[in-house]
Design a protein around this ligand. Sequence first.
Ligand code: KIV
Length: 272
Amino acid sequence: MSAAVKEVKKVTTNTLQKMKASGDKIAMITAYDYSFAAIFDAAGIDIILVGDSASNVMAGHSTTLPITLDQMIYHAQSVVRARERSLIVCDIPFGYYQSNSDIALASAIRIMKESGANTVKLEGGEEVLDSVKKIVSAGIPVMGHLGLTPQSINKFGTYVVRATEEQEANKLRKDAQLLQEAGCFAIVLEKIPAALAKEVTDSLHIPTIGIGAGSHCDGQVLVMHDMLGINTEFKPRFLRQYLNMNEQVTNAVQHYIKDVKSRDFPNEGEQY
Ligand code: KIV
């Protein structure tokens, strides 16, 4: 008699395609380590993004630019070890795909081979099309990212809402079509008007995942530190904070300090 095997239906890029077709919304969250990824996976999240926002929330940099490919692979390896069901997407960081498509492919291959992530994500439209095509033709699924693209913060100069002017909105419409034609399986739409996100979502057969792009996207993504209230200074209008972890952790640690100083911890039952 064979041993019982726990059957877990893993989320794949095909699952996401079917979810779009049936109107089931896709829930995505960032994670950068094993422990949180395990909680999110067990909670039933569809996609875990190992975002280059790790540069901000894990390493304390003011932008996503400094994080390296080796560091992203380290974070992705930790997240992948926790994966039972969710799809793992790993950002290709700044500087590892912009110069040419051979470098982009080499970076994507390193992520897939060394971390075990299921897919990669990169930012931009027409400018990165050759790279998207090359990575997809090597059998690696690619998620696009349009609108506010944090790796280009030095070009934009600010994190305000993008594509409010017709010229930029038209470029975004065109880029979304080009990314779909190049083989992207989904596109993140960051901080753009809800009406534009709806139009783009309706025009594509691949899913859109919004962050600050309104309710009509096929899915939503939030950075875990923002939605759990670890990082309480970042309060954009689009953010819904589900927990005040900063306050709860502060209270717990202050309680612990008090117990140590007052000799309350450890007590008789907490020693050998
Ligand atoms: O790096 C990241 O966390 C992201 C999300 C904001 C989509 O790209």
